[in-house]
Design a protein around this ligand. Structure first.
Ligand SMILES: [Zn+2]
Length: 339
């Protein structure tokens, strides 16, 4: 290839060359593999501005990694998370107006600034800093940041709660008690939504039986359950373990609604459920969907007490005791036809 050689001051044939060089950054020696050009006529080496910059950038990146300094893109990400302009964030931190602009453009931040930037990655810390220094922002900027922080902190709480909740209720030892599958709350939610969509307002008692039949019927043919729920023997039939918590969680997430209705003209009230959202059917395989649909159709005209009585005749129920976990091996004796 050709290029202008600064030594010959003329167009020359040049070749790209890689070599190791030591850069000194803040007193520290950084070895870098740099790219330079060599003139084929005078054999001098040189690097055009762009190449020089990219060599420097390489050295900075190595230095950043070594010193655990944030990269320019990470600094930009922090700023955009809080929806602040470069100037506003600089002012909030009490730095020069263009400091953040320079850092995002690749200037090396000092270590004290780096610690502050890492500190405000957490919205909790950012809120504390903001409370101290609110007056450094314009009223409009302050108001907006307050709103953004509220949203971020809410999201964090929700995620934390979801995590704790899942640890508490969704972890069953996996095996023939969970149909050889790790319990999957996302799938469970969607099977529930699918069954409710099929039925409109549905008695909770009936929903719980439909879930049992869907998981066990699928297991009978595929040796694996759909949701991985663990079922237990209760008076009203087989039900998913922790179903109260699961349904309450779905209600809190705005996925289902519940109401109480007099049960079969009896003296007590029963619970009815309704889907408020469509199931995300892409989380279920076509084969799983066929099984769930089959179960919904098979029991379509059964009342809640009829399906309860029906389930009481299953080996899965007759051969287990009150509150005992129902092993999926009972699926082989299931009385409904294959789907
Ligand atoms: Zn030359």
């Amino acid at each position: 290839m050709n290029g202008i050689c600064p030594y010959c001051e003329d167009l020359r044939e040049v070749a790209e060359k890689h070599k190791n060089e030591i850069f000194k950054i803040r007193g520290e020696e950084i070895p870098v593999e740099v790219t330079v050009l060599e003139c084929n006529t005078c054999h001098q080496e040189f690097a055009p501005t762009e190449m020089e910059e990219s060599n420097f950038k390489k050295a900075y990146d190595i230095y950043r990694t070594r010193k655990r300094l944030l990269f320019p893109e990470e600094i930009a990400a922090i700023r955009s998370k809080y929806e602040l302009s470069q100037r506003a964030l600089s002012r909030l931190l009490g730095w020069g107006e263009i400091t953040i602009h320079n850092y995002e453009a690749g200037a090396l931040q000092d270590e004290a600034h780096n610690s502050v930037l890492k500190f405000i990655q957490s919205p909790h810390n950012m809120r504390a800093l903001f409370r101290e220094n609110r007056d450094r922002l314009s009223p409009k900027e302050a108001e907006k940041l307050e709103e953004v922080l509220r949203r971020l902190l809410q999201e964090e709480d929700r995620e934390q709660y979801q995590h704790i909740w899942e640890k508490q209720f969704c972890e069953f030892p996996m095996g023939s008690n969970t149909g050889n599958r790790k319990f999957d709350f996302d799938k469970f939610k969607n099977v529930v939504l699918f069954l409710l969509k099929e039925n409109g307002w549905l008695w909770k008692t009936k929903l719980l039986k439909l879930l049992f039949y869907a998981d066990f019927a699928y297991f009978r043919q595929q040796a694996i359950a759909i949701t991985g729920a663990q079922y237990v023997h209760l008076d009203l039939g087989p039900v998913p373990d922790h179903y109260e918590e699961f349904l309450e969680r779905m209600r809190n997430l705005g996925l289902i609604a519940k109401e109480f209705e007099r049960f079969n003209n009896a003296d007590y009230l029963g619970e009815k459920l309704l889907a408020l959202q469509d199931p995300e059917t892409e989380l279920l395989s076509p084969h799983e969907l066929r099984c769930i649909k089959f179960v919904a159709d098979y029991f379509r005209n059964y009342s809640a007490s009829q399906i309860s009585e029906y389930s009481h005749q299953e080996e899965a129920y007759k051969k287990t005791r009150h509150q005992e976990v129902i092993d999926y091996h009972f699926a082989s004796a299931l009385s409904i036809p294959v789907f």
